[in-house]
Design a protein around this ligand. Structure first.
Ligand code: IDP
Length: 142
């Protein structure tokens, strides 16, 4: 298994619920390490750029509105198979379809306000990490 990095966002709904610690604990229990983290309140333009791939989707406006509605925690997670492992513990996009015990099943209610974001492939992970963090802001563990 390769050591990978992935971008995680704890979204405004989960930050508002004050469950940042519970969610980070899930990452750590799954063997993922936080190697960069910062709070951010995304501007309209940042959210539009970050989700540019969804620009043509009918829910784009709703998604940007939600992601700018409050602060988020952006993080880089590192570990074996980090991209797939993070997606596994996040659960399905729609919390109603997410497997029991996943973050979205436990902390989210709706498909738009679904608690967490996680990169879906190595190329998008590299791009998304670079969107939020410079190399100096990333602190790999030895
Ligand atoms: P993912 O976050 O599980 O990778 P994507 O399909 O990449 O899911 O969608 C990105 C985000 O867009 C989702 O996490 C969710 O917040 C939002 N989204 C996806 N589908 C819908 C929808 O049908 N209505 C509203 N928001 C949606």
């Amino acid at each position: 298994m390769a050591v990978e990095r992935t971008l995680s966002i704890i979204k405004p709904d989960a930050v508002a619920k004050n469950v940042i610690g519970d969610i980070i604990s899930r990452f750590e229990k799954a063997g993922l390490r936080v190697i960069a983290a910062r709070m951010a309140h995304l501007s309209q333009s940042e959210a539009e750029q970050f989700y540019a791939v969804h620009r043509e989707r009918p829910f784009f406006g709703e998604l940007v509105g939600f992601m700018t509605s409050g602060p988020v925690l952006v993080q880089v997670l590192e570990g074996d198979d980090a991209i797939a492992r993070n997606r596994d513990i996040m659960g399905a996009t729609n919390p109603k379809e997410a497997a029991p015990g996943t973050i979205r099943a436990d902390f989210a209610e709706t498909i738009d306000a679904n608690a967490v974001h996680g990169s879906d492939a190595p190329e998008t992970a590299a791009q998304e990490i670079g969107f939020f963090f410079s190399d100096e802001q990333i602190c790999p563990r030895g």
